[in-house]
Structures are given as C-alpha cells and as structure tokens.
Design a protein around this ligand. Structure first.
Ligand SMILES: [Zn+2]
Length: 138
C-alpha cells in the first residue's frame, strides 16, 4: 500500500560545499527516537550503525570549530537518528558519498525517462504499422 501524500515533508539541508539538498520524510513530524548506536568512522557517515543501510542522510549540519562539523543523521530505512561532531575529512567523504547518491538517482531517472520514451515510440510505430494513425490525429 502506498503512503498518503500528505504525510510527506521536505527539509532543506545546506552541505559544507554550499550545495543544498532536500531530504524527503514520509511523516508529518519526523521525530524518531535518538538511538545509542554510534556511527562508524571507518565505514563513513552514510552507513547506518543500526541497520547497515547506506542511505543515511544529514538532517542538520552545523560548523563546530574550524575543522569539525556537528551533524545530525537520519536513516530512512530503520528510522535511526544520531548526531555527533565529526572531523572535516570524514564529513567531506560523506559529502562525496551524497554526490554519488545524487548522480546514481539522476542516472536512474534518465534511464527511466529513456525507457518510457522507447515504449512510447514502440507503441507509435506499432500504431503506424497497423494504419491506426492518420493525418487528422495531429
Ligand atoms: Zn538504518
């Protein structure tokens, strides 16, 4: 069953690089309980310490001193929420991972658009072949 559309909310998060991403929530008031599981700095901030999903996204992101960031993270898979102060290099790796995720989504979207177009063209060609399209259709 699909979730009702009115239970979605979008939050804008500004990344250290200056880019803004939108995080989509499927609840009106996203208030998951903060869990004790800690982020693995070797795995990276995008890996959920609770369910190992690689879809963790930043909820809030704030400078904490000259080389650290205070980041609140959320896992859309298990609703894990955590925060911590992380070194700049780790946060930059996370930023790159988010970029890769965005690129993967754009590639999927392009593939989907191409597949839809190919499907439309196939149907159009089949209709032409079956003499079902006439000049008055345009
Ligand atoms: Zn998780």
């Amino acid at each position: 069953m699909s979730r009702p559309a009115d239970h979605r909310s979008v939050r804008r998060v500004v990344l250290p690089s200056g880019k803004t991403i939108e995080v989509l929530y499927f609840q009106a008031n996203p208030a998951p309980v903060e869990h004790s599981a800690a982020v693995s700095e070797t795995e990276g901030l995008h890996v959920c310490p609770s369910c190992a999903s690689k879809l963790v996204a930043p909820v809030a992101w704030e400078e904490a001193g000259s080389a650290h960031w205070d980041v609140t993270l959320h896992c859309p898979n298990c609703d894990w929420l955590g925060s911590g102060v992380f070194a700049e290099a780790l946060v930059e790796r996370f930023d790159e991972e988010l970029d890769r995720g965005t690129e993967a989504l754009v590639r999927d979207l392009q593939r989907l658009m191409r597949a839809n177009m190919e499907d439309e063209i196939d149907r159009f060609v089949a209709a032409l072949g079956a003499d079902q399209i006439w000049p008055m259709d345009f």
